[in-house]
Design a protein around this ligand. Structure first.
Ligand code: GLU
Length: 447
């Protein structure tokens, strides 16, 4: 949808004031397009600089992180934490450690988090952070020293009622443990609710490791049911091989689907008899190896180096690696090969042009801010358990996750229909999130 003149001027101003941040511009542009029908119906939503405030982070912290490697060499990285919106609760969102991280990437992720976190209905604001530190090939003690150095600055900006970081690419429970250890040491407080994604032994929640991957699959299940399908006997291609992909593969298999491919930065694995989650876990988690190691262990698997898996025909794709990994040409091939549904496990993995292709072909398309919200939703459940010093069972927590995903799915559909966009999950997610966060901003007064 094209932007009206006022919104175009606003968008151009955002681009001018945030130069060289293409991912941030992309994320803002999508939301501004989605909310056009809302602005037409409720022009007062433009008052009091509401849109300008929504697109301007409340705070942005950038800092130097100095650490030494195992040979004693000094490294200097850049650390980030952006608190985008605290209208609905403390800033909440993960930390990404990857060499591609810069301020624009962190801002796009934090902006997406506003709408995603609002959709959960669990009272969480939005933030994101990370570093351009590259963890690949680093020893355990190097990772620990980096995390300690990073937290030595970050600790002053976070806390259970202020900002609650978690994991993202390159940050799992090991890193969260080292970060929390340093936080506890500096502050002299066992404030477990300061970080989520913790190991169980230090106050983590059951289901949190599985939550993003399982949540995407619960969303796909609801999306397919809407069209009279189920996951039984469906062929699925998942990209990525990290936390989201691994748990999505487990749940897809459990629901009767066959996952025929997954990928990492080295290439992809194709096996028409189905990817084996146990072997994937062994290769990625235990050996911390690239995917070619999988083909060495499973003779039926074929490793294709330096390529994404989008030319494999399938019913469903779950892009779960990183932003803009699936472009227009890939979408055209997938549609031609008989695709019926796409659910984004990663944040913004499909380019705007790819999404247009899916929409034009009538494919069910779920954006990450709806489909992958299960991770942050379960983080909010971890915060609840920490606050009450309680511990919930796996099945109780999983049931809340499944319910949350179904209600996000339904909210997207109902909202989309209300704004004459039936079946458009992008419009539904952006509008629902927008209405929730802007109502809270109005209630709080000018800030
Ligand atoms: N990084 C995850 C996301 O993109 C999880 C954030 C969290 O648990 O706070 O939503």
């Amino acid at each position: 949808m094209a932007l009206d003149a006022t919104t175009t001027a606003l968008y151009n101003d955002i681009v001018r004031r945030n130069p060289a941040e293409p991912e941030f511009h992309q994320a803002v542009s999508e939301v501004l397009q989605s909310i056009q029908p809302v602005l037409e119906r409720q022009p007062d939503l433009r008052d009091a600089g509401l849109l300008e405030r929504l697109c301007e982070p409340e705070r942005q912290v950038m800092f130097r992180v100095v650490w030494t490697d195992d040979s004693g060499r000094t490294h200097v990285n850049r650390g980030f934490r952006v608190g985008f919106s605290s209208a609905l609760g403390p800033y909440k969102g993960g930390l990404r450690f990857h060499r591609s991280v810069n301020l624009g990437v962190v801002k796009f992720l934090a902006f997406e988090q506003i709408f995603k976190n609002a959709l959960t209905g669990l009272g969480i604001g939005a933030g994101k952070g990370g570093s351009d530190f590259d963890p690949s090939g680093r020893s355990d003690s190097e990772i620990m020293r980096f995390c300690q150095a990073y937290m030595t600055e970050l600790y002053r900006h976070i806390g259970p009622q202020t900002d609650v970081p978690a994991g993202d690419i390159g940050v799992g429970s090991r890193e969260i443990g080292y970060l929390f250890g340093q936080y506890k040491r500096i502050t002299n407080r066992f404030d477990a609710g300061t970080l989520t994604g913790k190991d169980l032994v230090i106050g983590g929640s059951l289901v949190r490791p599985e939550a993003t991957g399982y949540g995407v699959v619960y969303f796909v299940e609801a999306m397919l049911a809407e069209r009279g399908h189920s996951l039984e006997d469906k062929t699925v291609v998942v990209s990525g091989a990290g936390n989201v992909a691994q748990h999505a593969i487990v749940k897809l298999k459990e629901m009767g689907a066959t996952v025929v491919a997954c990928s990492d930065s080295s290439g992809y694995i194709h096996d028409s008899s189905g990817i084996r989650p146990d072997v994937l876990h062994e290769v990625k988690q235990v050996r911390r190896h690239k995917l070619d190691g999988y083909a060495e262990l499973v003779p039926t698997a074929r490793f294709v180096p330096d390529k994404a898996p989008w030319d494999i025909s399938c019913d469903v794709v779950v892009p779960s690696a990183t932003q803009n990994e699936l472009g227009e040409a890939d979408a055209v091939v997938l549609v031609k090969n008989g695709l019926i549904a796409v659910a984004e496990g990663a944040n913004m993995p499909c380019t705007p042009k790819a999404i247009d292709v899916f929409h034009e072909a009538g494919i069910a398309f779920a954006p990450g801010k709806a489909a992958n919200a299960g991770g942050v939703a379960t983080s909010a459940l971890e915060m609840r358990q920490n606050a009450s010093r309680d511990r919930w069972t796996f099945s109780d927590t999983d049931e809340i996750l499944a319910d949350t995903m179904r209600s996000i799915h339904n909210a997207c559909l109902i909202t989309a229909a209300n704004y004459e966009k039936p079946g458009d999950y992008v419009a539904g997610a952006n509008i629902s999130g927008f209405l929730a966060v802007t109502s809270a901003m109005n209630a709080l007064g000018l800030m």
